[in-house]
Design a protein around this ligand. Structure first.
Ligand code: DX5
Ligand code: ZN
Length: 213
């Protein structure tokens, strides 16, 4: 099980320090939420800030795009060489083209699904992906409650992955804590994203290891 703390819940007035602390606390990936105020109502930051983050992070970047203009953001992130870039299946019409662009640049492509989005649309694209990001809250904000039905969706996705794309990982994002980490592990999740659970406490290392189980 890998843990990806989401810096959305970090103290932005001390962002560099927060990133340093979380990198030293055993996190595997740094989850970065890019929101454009259109695909989701909230706004975070763009590639200029992510570039600064990439210079100080000692762990690979896991970028979650919650944006309308997916190709524009992918293009601007290519030089930063993140490990993963996830974009939403609900938004992008030319998914294959975006996947190819990421692959050509040695970045692992991932698709993100909102809580209400069915797994149906994934079937023919799954073998081209390295990861599926299952949103377990409606995207846009940190600190929301985990939607219980997400657990069944993850189990169904796991079965689909075993059939069509065994290499593909499952990441879960939203309302993850020590209360649901074990159930998520058992359902077949490979990467847990946690924002408020990690940054909301004092001991980041303890929070991260409690999720790993
Ligand atoms: C929400 C973001 C998440 C967020 C999770 O739209 O995609 O990554 O930071 O925050 P928590 O873990 O607090 O639900
Ligand atoms: Zn996210």
């Amino acid at each position: 099980m890998k843990i990806a703390p989401s810096i959305l819940s970090a103290d932005f007035t001390r962002l560099g320090e927060e990133i340093g602390r979380v990198c030293e606390s055993g996190a595997d990936l740094l989850h970065i939420d890019i929101m454009d105020g259109h695909f989701v109502p909230n706004l975070t930051f763009g590639s200029m800030i992510v570039e600064q983050i990439s210079k100080i992070s000692t762990i690979p970047l896991d970028i979650h795009l919650m944006v309308e203009n997916v190709p524009f953001f992918i293009q601007s992130l290519l030089p930063l060489k993140p490990k993963y870039v996830s974009f939403h299946i609900e938004e992008e019409k030319h998914i294959h083209r975006c996947i190819e662009l990421l692959r050509k640049n040695d970045i692992s492509p991932a698709l993100a699904l909102n809580p209400h989005t069915s797994l149906e649309g994934l079937k023919y694209i799954l073998p081209s992906l390295d990861m599926v990001l299952v949103m377990s809250v409606n995207p846009g904000f940190g600190g929301q409650s985990f939607i219980p039905m997400s657990l069944q969706k993850i189990k169904d996705l796991k079965a689909m992955i075993q059939e069509y794309a065994p290499h593909c990982l499952i990441e879960v994002d939203g309302g993850v804590s020590d209360k649901n980490a074990q159930a998520l592990r058992e359902a077949g999740v490979d990467i847990l994203v946690a924002g408020s659970y990690v940054f909301g406490g004092k001991d980041y290392a303890k929070a991260i290891s409690s999720l790993r189980g």
